[in-house]
Write a protein that binds this ligand. Sequence first.
Ligand code: NCD
Length: 311
Amino acid sequence: MRPIKHLFGIADLDREQIEYLVNLGDSFIDINRRSLKKAPTLRGKTIINLFFENSTRTRTSFELAGKRLSGDVINISASTSATTKGETLLDTGQTLAAMQPHVLVIRHSLAGTCEFLAEYLDNTAIVNAGDGAHEHPTQILTDLLTLKQVWGSPEGKVITIVGDIAHSRVARSHLLAAKKLGYTMRVVAPKTLLPSQIERYGCEVFHDFDAALPGSDAVYMLRIQTERLTDSCAFPSVREYHEAYGLNARRLRSAGPDCIVMHPGPMNRGVEIATDVADSAKSHILSQVEHGVAVRMAVLTTLCGGTGEEA
Ligand code: NCD
């Protein structure tokens, strides 16, 4: 397998690397379920989480992943970093790299932040924990681990992703993964929430949610990324949005009995997803969260040069 030095996006990974990380993540699930949640895999390794955007799941799961594998983990958020005192992103990156961490996990609102910093930081592996509307590779690896548990393989399946496709790094990374792993993505959104030339990803495009549901193996709901909306007219009212693009029990039934529900979180109940659907037996939303820790264990282990065998 081609070595994985940094994790910038799904775009840089080939199928073998994606499957390797998902399978390694699978082998870590068990540690998180034990009463003694500790393995020596990352002993002596330092991981810095540098978050310039808010996060519950991603930041916590990177922290737990590092700590449960015995790494030393430091968390820095934008509000407590010296960027609030006028320091540039590059200076912050170089300052942290001078302290010799093995891995820097970065979330930032600007697309390409990780690639930019990697040019200047020599001995530090960089993980993209979400860069603007660009990519969110560890979320997709998390989802693929969830799908592996349910289906074995996503190959040949149809995943219908619904909502603010235009501003979603999760949607973009999934579209890239689908091509590499051989599953079909149907994207559903009003025209105002679809990026131009979306068809070049090889996906099926729908504006009518009901038309996209029959034949879907999974329905993947997205939050409206209000923090990235520049056009306040991008969608009508919350009520109208829910009517047209919200997942409710009636819609889920029309997708067929085996269709599962996914969401990367955070959910907006009553907007993109009805409460009874979010809490139903078909919802895998909390398994996605659980698998997020295991997959981030796999990513940190790999970037620190390990194989996970010690665990
Ligand atoms: C997503 C993100 O940050 O891109 N959340 C996550 O990491 N689980 C999706 C979102 O914020 O809507």
